[in-house]
Design a binder for this molecule. Structure first.
Ligand code: ATP
Ligand code: MG
Length: 360
């Protein structure tokens, strides 16, 4: 029997509520298979700061170091609440970026997927959704502006200024490109390379390295597209995309737009893969506005667990079963509040009822 150690970091805001449902699903997968999951809960995010004075406490690092995989809920506080935490101890700066750096989880897979039968969830017209949206964004996760040098000061004219650098070296670009090309090669063999090389030097290097890597994947057709144009086309014609590759901040922004075209950020799971370690998290934030109300959509968290089953444990069939179970809940006409607006015809259920139905 296989035994996997899983670090579980519920996080902040809606994190604990959606994590609880993901754990229900994980327990069922354990029951149905010749496998045991050793769940190791850990504090991460603002909860870590309030309890231990550190958003990424040493105990959590130790647990994550030992774990075969990490599942993480969203972290962060509302704009107002976050003023209670010093800037460098904030959940994103004090926990999220350090974790990405520690485990070198450079490849962030963010599926944006909606079958035709659920076109009514989307703000887009059914004719735009056509046979359904099924694309995956591959976002570089440990470079770019988020990790570059930061300088804040007062210049010679007495004006406050800030300087943040967007840095990549060719190896960083090469490794994310290999992920994207491999993924594209196993799917529709089309890769949309997202860039801004008409303005940014970083995109010029990005494209050069992309072209070098492309020679190793002659079966994949590359389509280059400016990030701003990609934003428009995601609304006007999202079905043209299959695999999209992009640098860190472009990926942050476009993937939230991905949630928008589906109808809810609650439909956005993700996998953050490194060569040695991987962690799994919803693409969205902690949604403080709806926290504690049992109304958040746990799809993103349960979907992240499905991605863990597939990518970290090779349990491809069980991952498919989890996706199918969630689609089954939608097919029966149920969803959480984000996707069941009055008049939509969708029956509203709570976060925990959604999890129960997935298990059922
Ligand atoms: P971050 O900067 O951490 O990505 P954000 O500013 O993008 O955070 P989110 O916390 O992702 O903001 O939330 C944006 C809005 O999306 C929330 O106000 C919430 O209403 C909605 N939302 C996010 N996740 C979910 C979810 N799982 N279920 C339902 N609604 C959600
Ligand atoms: Mg966001």
């Amino acid at each position: 029997m296989k035994n996997y150690k899983i670090a579980i970091m519920a996080g902040d805001g809606i994190g604990p509520e959606i994590m609880q449902e993901a754990v229900k699903v994980l327990k069922l997968v354990e029951e149905r298979n010749d496998v045991t999951f050793e769940l190791m809960p850990a504090l991460f995010g603002a909860c870590g700061y309030f309890e231990k004075g550190d958003a990424f406490p040493q105990e959590t690092k130790d647990i994550c170091d030992q774990a075969d995989a990490i599942i993480k809920g969203p972290i962060g506080l509302s704009h107002e609440e976050s003023k209670k935490i010093p800037i460098d101890k904030q959940p994103e700066r004090g926990a999220l970026l350090p974790m990405r750096r520690r485990y070198k989880t450079y490849a962030n897979y963010r599926p944006v997927s909606l079958p035709q039968s659920l076109a009514h969830f989307s703000p887009l017209k059914p004719e735009i959704i056509g046979d359904g949206i099924d694309l995956i964004m591959v976002r570089e996760l440990v470079g770019g502006l988020y990790f570059g040098n930061k300088e804040v000061g007062v210049n010679d004219d007495g004006l406050r200024y800030v300087k943040e650098t967007l840095e990549y070296d060719e190896n960083q670009i090469r490794q994310i490109m290999h992920h994207a090309f491999k993924l594209a090669s196993g799917r529709k063999k089309v890769l949309h390379n997202i860039h801004k090389s008409n303005v940014l030097k970083s995109s010029v290097l990005w494209n050069e390295v992309m072209e070098e890597v492309a020679t190793e994947y002659p079966d994949v057709k590359v389509i280059n597209i400016l990030v701003d144009a990609a934003a428009t086309l995601l609304c006007l014609n999202p079905t043209q995309f299959d695999v999209m590759v992009m640098e860190n901040m472009f990926g942050d922004i476009l993937s939230d737009q991905g949630g928008g075209i589906l109808g809810s950020l609650g439909l956005m799971p993700s996998a953050c893969l490194g060569d040695e370690k991987a962690y799994y998290e919803p693409s969205h934030g902690s949604a403080p506005d709806i926290a504690g109300k049992n109304i958040a959509n746990p799809y993103s968290m349960i979907g992240s667990v499905a991605m863990m089953l597939e990518y970290s444990f090779g349990m491809v069939e069980e991952a498919k079963n989890v996706w199918a179970a969630m689609q089954g809940v939608f097919a029966d006409g149920f969803s959480t509040a984000d996707l069941s607006k009055p008049g939509s015809g969708v029956k509203m259920i709570s976060t925990d009822a959604f999890g129960d139905k997935v298990v059922e």
